[in-house]
Structures are given as C-alpha cells and as structure tokens.
Design a protein around this ligand. Structure first.
Ligand code: IPE
Ligand code: IPE
Ligand code: MG
Length: 255
C-alpha cells in the first residue's frame, strides 16, 4: 500500500528471542498516524488493517499459534457515528478480501467479543469466515471485535449462574478454572505477551481475565508503522523477562 512505509522482509531472527504461543496485540494509534499525515482518521484505520496482514504473516513464520488482536472495543461505540460505520465496513471488507492470503499462510480466523450485538452484515461475514477457515492449522488469528474484558467476565458468570439456577452447581463450588472455561474462547491459552503500540500505558478493557500474568511490551510506534523489526524486538525483550508468577527466580529457588 502506497501510504505505508517500506515493507520489512521476514528473515527468521536467530538471536536470543522467545516466541510466545499466545500473543495479544492492541492495535492502537491509527488516528494519530492519519492526523500526522493530514489524512482522515479512516485512512489510518485502513492502513492499520493492511498492517494486520503483515503482523499475521510475521507471527505465522515465527511460530506464534494464537494471535489475538484488539480491533474494536465495547467502548469504541462512543466514537462519532461516521467513524463507527466506517470501522464496521472496513471489518467486513478485511475479512472477505484477505481470506485468500490468510489461507495461503494457513491462518484460521476466529472472533471474540459480544458478537450477537453486532450488525447483521458483520455477523454474516463472521459466520462465513469461521466456517471456511476452520481446518487451517498453522495459526489462529482471533479478532477481538465489540470486545470488552468486563463484558466477557459477565458472560462467563451468566453461564455459570445458569448451572446454579438448574441446581447442578453450588455457588461455593465456583472455581477460577470454571470462569476461564466459560469465557468466549476457552480453548485459547492466556496470552504470555501483550504488545501495545502508540505508547498508552493502559489495558483499555482488553483480555482482563486472561492477562493476569501476561508480560507487557509497549512501543511508541503507531500501529500502522509497527513492523517486523518491532515484533522481533518485542520477542527479544520477552526472552529477558523473569516470569516468576509470584514465586522466585529459577536461580534464587536453587539456593
Ligand atoms: C485504534 O486506533 C483503532 C480503534 C480503536 C478502532 P485509534 O483510532 O484509537 O487511534 P488513536 O488512538 O486515536 O491514534
Ligand atoms: C483500544 O484503543 C481499543 C482498540 C485498539 C480496538 P482505544 O483507542 O479505544 O483505547 P483508549 O481510548 O486509548 O483507552
Ligand atoms: Mg486509540
């Protein structure tokens, strides 16, 4: 795409890096990217959608198995109606138009969020895409669309409450595992790493339950400019993180 900077070629970085099985990316900064170029915000969203293809390709080649990207939050409805409508249209276009390329890369597409509340056309493409990509094995691209972490936890609680109502479960028997098992996509592992471009130091309601022990990697690069080198740097830094999970470092626990 002419608007984007140079494409960065994928050459497997053999240095000290660690590739997460499950990765989350908050695709933020499209508006700022467009404003910097005196373009409408919608041009930023389009450039951001193009860049998702690039991220997918690089993650697939690095061996990421689950890539969850934040594309539209339950709070994003508060934007001007025109922007929301354009985002819905772009989503439909993206899913449809990119399918052949994702197919070539062996990418299965799934969706997470309050899908039932989305416009009919959006629900339709989601259904078609989930069905046509379901046997692809290399990587899962999970698009969080009309997604809110709090709403997802409420959804899980409501499903558990049904069992209590039916008399098959006692409230005191609810476990953390049960809440995980009743989220939108219970088979997707919690992300080990969450990347947020554009510099904001917040989670913005993304994967609240799942991020309990995720590592965070923040970059000032705006999402449409986030490329192979940024991803590689995130994986290099991730390799240096000491994930203690409340315990001790491996080196300290031997003492
Ligand atoms: C992310 O980019 C896309 C969505 C939230 C839909 P933004 O539109 O939030 O871009 P900024 O943060 O205004 O630059
Ligand atoms: C988070 O970005 C949501 C997505 C990237 C889809 P926002 O731009 O909506 O987040 P805030 O408003 O900066 O928290
Ligand atoms: Mg933003």
């Amino acid at each position: 795409m002419a608007l984007l900077g140079k494409k960065q070629e994928f050459t497997y970085d053999t240095g000290d890096l660690k590739v997460p099985v499950s990765l989350g990316v908050i695709m933020d900064g499209n508006g700022r990217w467009a404003t910097k170029r005196h373009l409408p915000r919608s041009a930023g969203h389009r450039a951001g959608a193009e860049n998702l293809k690039e991220l997918c390709r690089n993650c697939g080649r690095y061996g990421v198995k689950y890539l969850t990207v934040y594309a539209f939050s339950t709070e994003n409805w508060s934007r001007p109606q025109d922007e929301v409508e354009k985002l819905m249209k772009l989503f439909v276009e993206f899913v449809d138009r990119y399918d052949p390329e994702l197919k070539e890369e062996g990418v299965r597409m799934r969706f997470t969020g309050d899908i039932a509340a989305l416009p009919e056309k959006v629900k339709e493409v989601i259904k078609i895409e989930e069905e046509r990509s379901k046997d692809r094995q290399k990587m899962q691209l999970i698009i969080a669309f009309n997604y809110g972490g709090r709403r997802e936890i409420v959804y899980s609680c409501q499903k558990i409450a049904e069992q209590i109502k039916a008399g098959t479960l006692e409230p005191s028997d609810i476990t953390e595992q049960m809440i995980s098992d009743n989220l939108y996509l219970p088979d997707v592992p919690d992300p080990e790493l969450i990347i947020r471009p554009s510099g904001e130091l917040r989670i913005s309601n993304f994967l609240l339950w799942e991020c309990a022990y995720s590592e965070f990697w923040i970059s000032d690069v705006l999402w449409p400019d986030f490329g192979y080198e940024d991803l590689t740097q995130a994986f290099r830094d991730y390799a240096l993180r000491d994930r203690r999970f409340g315990g001790l470092s491996k080196k300290d626990s031997k003492k």
